[in-house]
Structure formats: structure tokens, C-alpha cells
Design a protein around this ligand. Structure first.
Ligand code: AMP
Length: 416
């Protein structure tokens, strides 16, 4: 990967600025659209071996994404191939929900949580109406603009591009947000997977830490069952027919109230409907939006008034002169989202450190894929100081989609 040269124009139009981060499909950098003066984020998608795969079908899908216009969906402004890579140009967003949840200076009131959840569901509802699934819902894919508006990012990309090569698969399909049907290997699934993930995000907003932090697929299911009780065939009749179904020990569900002591009754009711095991019985996004949680007091906070992380010094877009080009280079936006985690966090706040890729480790346990490569790390290490990466936030890769039984075998074989 080469660093962007800020003086270079891409496709005769976009002036490259700093790298914003490395995402699921490749590097993302800030740029100025010299036609409009607008700041944009360009996602450079490595086509690699999939070069032949990004064919007319993919381009048609991208065209569809360009037409998905909604206030709660990030706008895909442009898409073009350049030097063998596909470039997707999005509106630039200041921060994301993960940064909000992690920021210990931010107090999220019940009305704030309601507002963030409502915007998330509104964006999802629009896409589900257009038959597009997200499949990678997680707080750092919920971007937040300068007026507090939350927008879903990376919509449909998982479906178009699938899993990138294995080196990057740790960033695909966050395990902690995966629905139980996916963890049991369902090949056919629907919008319910996004509802489950949205429920995990709702829970994370309430707790200020990821709710179900499984260290493997099996552990993830174990965590889900510990929270909601092992599902019975009566509760979820299709479960036993799923490809990777394995029987788990029966554990009863603790009262939901004990897991979310500060949540209102309405919040708990909606949460339980979104966390329904049987995807056929799970509430839809539209029904969730119509739930009384959103109409009862307190009403959702106006996005403009929502608490957000204090803005760091950015490259000032107003400095941009269409004749002269950009003058200020700011440090990568990513750096502001590294949470040192030096002090212990109190109460329900976050206890991890985020790395350059937008992942963070849970230092109370060994996290990662099933290779056993990730080692437990002491809580107070600030990786950014040493230019090291913290253990990755565990995510699901394409291999995870194969049989859980095979994965169990792999664990015993201790690969590499
Ligand atoms: P992604 O490929 O979506 O995971 O993006 C990688 C990183 O690039 C994210 O963690 C964001 O920090 C940043 N990023 C992606 N899209 C945008 C955007 N539209 N505006 C600003 N930053 C973005």
C-alpha cells in the first residue's frame, strides 16, 4: 500500500489528503472534490484476485447503492476504477458511533440513546424497503456528520464484494453483532440479521460497552444463551435444522432487567423483541420504529443537540482554494479515536483500547480468531505510542461461515 500523495489528483478530480483508516476493503482517505470544493472520503477497494469478479453485476449493484438516498444513509457520490482499484467516493463524516460510545467525557441520556437508535433504524428501514441488507452493522459503521446526523456506512458492500482476502478478514462481519442463525451457519437469512446487530448496538449504547463479547463463534453463542437462555425448539423451531447446529447445555434466562438496570420498561420491551431468537418471529425494523419506546417520554434528542466527541483539529476545508489546492494537513483522523485506557473506567464505561484500524481489544480475555495468535494484553498499554496494533476486535471471517464442528477441530490442531 502506498501513502497518498496530497498533491496528486485522482481521476483528474479528487485531491488526496490524509489516510483516514484501513477498512474492510482497503484504505480510506480524505480528499477534496475539486469540482465542488466538498470534502469527501474515498474508499479504495483492492480488487486483487477478485478483479474479474468485479464485473457488470458489481457495477450494477454499485449503481443501485448510488440510488439509495436517505438522510440516514451515507451518500455514495461517485464510483470509478483507477489504477486497477475501484474508488468509491462518499460524503465525509466527522466521527462515528463507536467513538461516541467510547468517549468517557460523554454522558448519553435516555433521550440521546433513543435518538441514535432511531436514526440507525430509520437508515436500516429505508434499505430493507429496497431489499438491501447491511450485514455488517456495528457502531463504527454508523458515521456521524457535523450536524449530529447518523448515517449507515458500508451498506451492501459485503454482498457485492464478499470477504476480501484472508489478511483482512478479521475486519469483516463483526462477531459480536452476529445473529444466532448466522452463528449456526444459516445460508439463507434475511433482514433479521441486521435487526439483531441493531439490538447489540442498542445494548451497547445502554451499557457503554459491547454487550456480547464472544471470543469465538462458539463462545459467542454461549454468551448469547447465557444472556437470553438457551433457545428451545419450541421457541425457534428451525434452529435444529441449521447446518452448524450443535446442542448447548440448557441455561435459563436471567431477567433482562438485571442485564440493563438503567433501561426503561419500554426500552427493555423493544430490546427483547429485537433479540428474539427465531428470525421469523423477530421484530422488523419498521415495527421497531413504531414501538412505543420512540413515542413515549423522553422523546429522542434533536440530532443537532446530541453529544459528540470534541472535534480535534482537522484540515480546514474552508482553507481549500480551488485554484491553489489544500494548505493544511492534519494528523490522520484515526488518531483521535485511540482511547488510551490508562485509567480504569468506572461503572458501565468502556474498557478497551482501539487500534489504528478501528478495532479494540477486550483486555479481560484473549480475543481474536481461532488461531490462538492473539494473546491477552495488559489493560493500560497504549499501543499508539509504540506504533503497534492492539489485539483486533474479534470479527467473523469467511472461514467462520463454514461448519462450527470444523472450527472446533481447528482449535485442537493449533494452526501455525
Ligand atoms: P471502512 O472501510 O468503512 O471500515 O472505513 C475505514 C475507516 O475509514 C473507518 O474506520 C473510518 O474512520 C474511515 N471512514 C470511512 N468512511 C468514512 C467517511 N465517509 N467519512 C469519514 N471517515 C470515513
Amino acid at each position: 500500500m502506498t501513502d497518498p500523495d496530497p498533491s496528486k489528483k485522482v481521476a483528474d478530480r479528487y485531491l488526496k489528503r490524509e489516510i483516514l483508516g484501513e477498512g474492510t476493503y482497503g484504505v480510506v482517505y480524505k480528499a477534496i472534490d475539486t469540482h465542488t470544493g466538498q470534502t469527501v472520503a474515498i474508499k479504495k477497494i483492492r480488487l486483487g484476485k477478485q478483479k474479474e469478479g468485479v464485473n457488470f453485476t458489481a457495477l450494477r449493484e454499485i449503481k443501485l447503492l448510488k440510488e439509495l438516498k436517505d438522510p440516514n444513509i451515507i451518500e455514495l457520490i461517485d464510483a470509478f476504477p483507477h489504477k486497477g482499484n475501484l474508488h468509491l467516493v462518499f460524503e465525509f463524516m466527522e466521527t462515528d458511533l463507536e467513538a461516541v460510545i467510547r468517549d468517557r467525557n460523554i454522558f448519553l441520556s435516555p433521550a440521546d440513546t433513543k435518538s441514535y437508535l432511531q436514526m440507525t433504524l430509520k437508515g436500516l428501514a429505508f434499505c430493507h424497503k429496497k431489499w438491501v441488507l447491511h450485514r455488517d452493522m456495528k457502531p463504527n459503521n454508523l458515521l456521524i456528520g457535523s450536524h449530529g446526523q447518523l448515517k449507515l456506512a458500508d451498506f451492501g458492500l459485503a454482498r457485492i464484494f464478499g470477504s476480501p482476502d484472508r489478511r483482512f478478514t478479521h475486519q469483516v462481519f463483526a462477531r459480536w453483532y452476529r445473529a444466532p442463525e448466522l452463528l449456526f451457519g444459516a445460508k439463507q437469512y434475511g433482514s433479521g440479521v441486521d435487526v439483531w446487530a441493531a439490538a447489540c448496538i442498542f445494548a451497547e449504547l445502554l451499557l457503554r460497552r459491547p454487550f456480547l463479547q464472544g471470543s469465538s463463534d462458539i463462545d459467542q453463542l454461549g454468551k448469547i444463551f447465557a444472556a437470553f437462555g438457551t433457545p428451545t425448539p419450541a421457541q425457534w423451531p428451525d434452529m435444529v435444522y441449521l447446518p452448524d447446529y450443535v446442542e448447548y447445555q440448557n441455561v435459563p434466562a436471567p431477567p433482562l432487567r438485571t442485564l440493563f438496570p438503567t433501561a426503561s420498561d419500554d426500552a427493555l420491551d423493544l430490546l427483547s423483541k429485537m433479540f428474539t431468537y427465531d428470525p421469523k418471529a423477530r421484530i422488523s425494523v419498521q415495527q421497531a420504529l413504531e414501538h412505543r419506546y420512540f413515542s413515549s417520554a423522553p422523546l429522542p434528542t434533536d440530532p443537532e443537540k446530541l453529544p459528540r466527541p470534541a472535534p480535534k483539529k482537522e484540515s480546514r476545508t474552508s482553507d481549500f482554494d480551488l485554484q491553489q489546492g489544500p494548505t493544511v494537513l492534519s494528523p490522520p483522523r484515526k488518531s483521535r479515536r485511540v482511547m488510551p485506557g490508562r485509567d480504569g473506567f468506572e461503572g458501565n464505561s468502556f474498557q478497551g483500547v482501539k487500534d489504528d484500524d478501528g478495532n479494540f481489544g477486550d483486555f479481560r480475555q484473549t480475543v481474536g480468531d481461532n488461531t490462538g495468535k492473539n494473546q491477552p494484553v495488559p489493560m493500560s498499554v497504549d499501543f499508539s505510542i509504540f506504533g503497534l496494533k492492539s489485539p483486533n476486535r474479534p470479527t467473523i471471517n469467511s472461514a467462520d461461515r463454514s461448519h462450527l464442528k470444523r472450527k472446533l477441530d481447528l482449535e485442537f490442531q493449533q494452526p501455525e
